[in-house]
Write a new protein. Structure first.
Length: 119
């Protein structure tokens, strides 16, 4: 299973950006899809997740500014980020869990994509 994230880059404060993540090689059901981020000198933190039924959770720091979506047919997800702040600067990682009958749940991470919010 591979997760390929793209998007991000340099964005001005107050601006918008869109991240995408494509999951390939999944032979079983893709369950939760999520984004985490890691700012310089800080631990990786949860940003948002979306379940297969489309319900989503958000970290308080991004609620109302970020929107996660997914395409279950193509195993892709996107993160629309708006009203970006310098503190949103981080490497953003896509994450997923895949349910395998019998063995259970497996977790996978993408390599990350940089988002820098600066003027």
């Amino acid at each position: 299973v591979q997760l390929q994230a793209c998007g991000g880059g340099l964005v001005q404060p107050g601006g918008s950006a869109r991240l995408s993540c494509a999951i390939s090689g999944a032979l079983f059901e893709v369950n939760v899809m999520a984004w985490h981020r890691q700012a310089p000198g800080k631990q990786r933190e949860f940003v948002t997740l979306i379940r297969k039924d489309g319900s989503a959770d958000y970290a308080d720091s991004v609620k109302g500014r970020f929107t996660i979506s997914r395409d279950n047919t193509n195993n892709t997800m996107s993160l629309q980020m708006s009203s970006l702040k310098p503190e949103d600067t981080a490497v953003y990682y896509c994450y997923t869990t895949i349910l395998v009958p019998g063995p259970g749940k497996f977790e996978y991470w993408g390599h990350g994509t940089q988002v820098t919010v600066s003027s």
